[in-house]
Ligand binder design. Structure first.
Ligand code: PHE
Length: 358
């Protein structure tokens, strides 16, 4: 029994001296583990006679319980101390600036596309699309380009290899073939906006081999040039977000419209800064006109029955003007620095009531 008391005192002292949880665990195993000192004593009970065994057993169990409790107490104390130490060590500096979260940006082409669709959508236009690869009929013939017209031979049209029947398809040189496809497939009244890619073999500050246009077509029994002017006036003011933009219709020529006009808007270039709607310079922004009777006929419509207008606008051109982008070629360089600089927040979807661009 004296042994038992010594054992208890020694184990309790070792527990109290354990500096950390690992040392405490070692102490526990040395006492209570399979080969521990207390376990060994318990095993010795087997060799005792029943009377002695009962008394000794009770005492041993008491000692064992005391040891277990001491270990638990020490463990709780060590854990609390460890937590205390960690809290002291690991401090969060809430005054540090947040790490910037890199997010993607909407390309100025997509942004401008969405803005234009929002504006014309509000005016009741539906979006129409057509293929990038067109045949001669849709890109030229139906649009009243006569057989020998220079545009057909133009060094800046991309022709595809000759086909079995001797014809050659083209990469569409404008979005006007979508007018033709729409008139062939749908009866008037028609009110469509056709945004899309167009191609011409050209490359400098203001020309790239691929660029975007959007085409407008309105066709019914009464639409006249006054409607064309009102519609474009509305568009220009909404797009440039300026209340009043003086416009000028300059007589021009397109095979597929008659009369045809090019539209200029008022601007100022004072101090190297372009401002829309003020000043005394003019800026050309689009081509338009009344749909030519020959185009209507080519699409199976009677010019005595229907009439309307069409317009075509360069998407990059108006994006460059609105967002101050000097070189067209940079739109297609995929330079990340450029994209981050000129890009738009992905969740700022352009709407007329919410504001087109922020
Ligand atoms: N298709 C013409 C071009 O690419 C633009 C245009 C469209 C002009 C519709 C008038 C009417 O230059």
């Amino acid at each position: 029994m004296e042994d038992l008391e010594t054992l208890r005192a020694e184990v309790v002292a070792a527990i109290a001296a354990a500096p950390d949880l690992a040392a405490l665990e070692e102490t526990r195993v040395a006492a209570l583990g399979k080969k521990g000192r207390v376990t060994a004593l318990m095993k010795s009970l087997g060799g005792m006679d029943p009377e002695t065994r009962k008394a000794a057993g009770q005492q041993m169990n008491r000692v064992k319980d005391a040891i277990v409790q001491t270990i638990e107490g020490r463990r709780a104390a060590l854990e609390a101390a460890e937590l205390e130490a960690r809290l002291g060590r690991e401090r969060v500096d809430v005054t540090l600036p947040a790490r910037p979260a890199r997010s993607g940006a909407v390309h100025p082409i997509s942004q401008t596309w969405d803005e234009v669709v929002a504006i014309f959508g509000q005016m009741g236009f539906a979006v129409a699309e057509g293929p990038d690869i067109e045949d001669d009929f849709h890109n030229f013939t139906a649009l009243n380009f006569p057989p020998g017209h220079p545009a057909r031979e133009m060094h800046d049209t991309f022709f595809l290899p000759e086909r079995a029947d001797g014809t050659r398809h083209v990469l569409r040189t404008h979005t006007s073939p979508v007018q033709v496809r729409t008139m062939l497939n749908q009866a008037p009244p028609i009110r469509i906006l056709a945004p899309g890619r167009t191609y011409r073999s050209d490359s400098d500050m203001t020309h790239t081999p691929m660029f975007h246009q959007f085409e407008g077509l309105v066709l019914d029994q009464t639409t006249h040039m006054g409607h064309l002017k009102g519609c474009l006036q509305e568009f220009v003011q909404a797009y440039f977000e300026v209340d009043d933009v003086p416009m000028r219709f300059r007589p021009s020529f397109f095979p597929f419209t008659e009369p045809s006009a090019e539209v200029d808007i008022r601007c100022s270039r004072k101090g190297g800064e372009l401002r829309i709607g003020v000043g005394d310079d003019w800026l050309e922004i689009l081509g338009c006109g009344m749909v030519h009777p020959n185009v209507l006929r080519a699409c199976g419509l009677d010019p005595e029955e229907v009439q309307g207008f069409a317009f075509g606008v360069g998407l990059e051109r108006i994006a460059m003007l609105k967002y101050g982008i000097p070189d067209l070629r940079t739109f297609f360089d995929s330079d990340l620095r450029w994209l981050r600089h000129y890009g738009f927040a992905a969740l700022d979807v352009p709407t007329l009531h919410g504001g087109l661009a922020r």
